[in-house]
Design a protein around this ligand. Structure first.
Ligand code: GRF
Length: 218
């Protein structure tokens, strides 16, 4: 399978989305292979998961650098040493400068736990509850310099149900994330996405689902 896209995943913590990408890439017909997992935190739990799966791991500890540019230069070199086609952010908790983002333009993707452009930033689940939305979800998008901005590749919606707190809602969204990220990465890796006027055109044979409605009529 030499024609698979090479993917480096950047994490900062638990790495459950990273694990979902590693799992998906085990399938013989998956169009990408995870060549390395890099973390800015030496104690990120996901590093153990990746190593146990036989994937190369590396740490670029941001606290060891005096400024963001030097950190990002080193991170860039570490990533580039694996010659990836695509770089996936999966719970990578450092803001990246335009200088870094532009070096990986249209090859850097991220997962965010909301239906963008709603609820950019942190605490998305608590803010969704506060806003009273009935559908919440997650988004995979190409990264642009502004925070949680960039052409949207794929989204998954989940209902907000009576009695939800932020943790319950986060768990429901996370389950959707684990399905969405491998799906979106496959589309990019297989060349089924094209960015036109900063929106993503996706080529898919799948039928569009019926309207997602919540609450449903009794
Ligand atoms: C996920 O909710 C992801 O959407 C957000 O950070 C969280 C990371 O979780 N960017 P994990 O490390 O993938 O388990």
């Amino acid at each position: 399978m030499t024609d698979r896209s090479r993917v480096v995943v950047l994490i900062s913590g638990r790495g459950s989305n990273m694990a979902s990408l590693i799992d998906a890439a085990r399938a013989a017909d998956y169009p990408a292979t995870i060549v390395a997992v890099l973390s800015n935190r030496p104690n990120a739990k996901g590093l153990e998961t990746a190593a146990a799966a036989g994937i190369a791991t590396d740490v670029v500890d941001h606290t060891a650098f005096d400024d963001r540019e030097t950190f990002e230069d080193t991170l860039h070199e570490a990533i580039a040493s694996y010659t990836p086609d695509i770089v996936c952010l999966a719970g990578f908790m450092r803001l990246l400068t335009a200088g870094f983002v532009d070096r990986w333009r249209d090859r850097l993707i991220n997962i965010h736990p909301s239906l963008l452009p709603s609820f950019k930033g942190l605490d998305t689940h608590a803010r969704a509850l506060e806003a009273g939305v009935k559908l919440h979800g997650c988004t995979v998008h190409f990264v642009r310099p502004a925070m949680d901005a960039g052409p949207i590749i794929a989204q998954a919606a989940v209902p907000v149900v009576p009695g939800d707190d932020a943790d319950a809602l986060a768990a429901r969204v996370l389950t959707a994330e684990h399905e969405l990220y491998p799906t979106a990465l496959a589309l990019v890796a297989a060349g089924r996405t094209r960015i036109v006027n900063e929106t993503v055109l996706v080529t898919t044979d799948a039928d569009a689902p019926p309207p997602l409605m919540w609450p449903r009529p009794a």
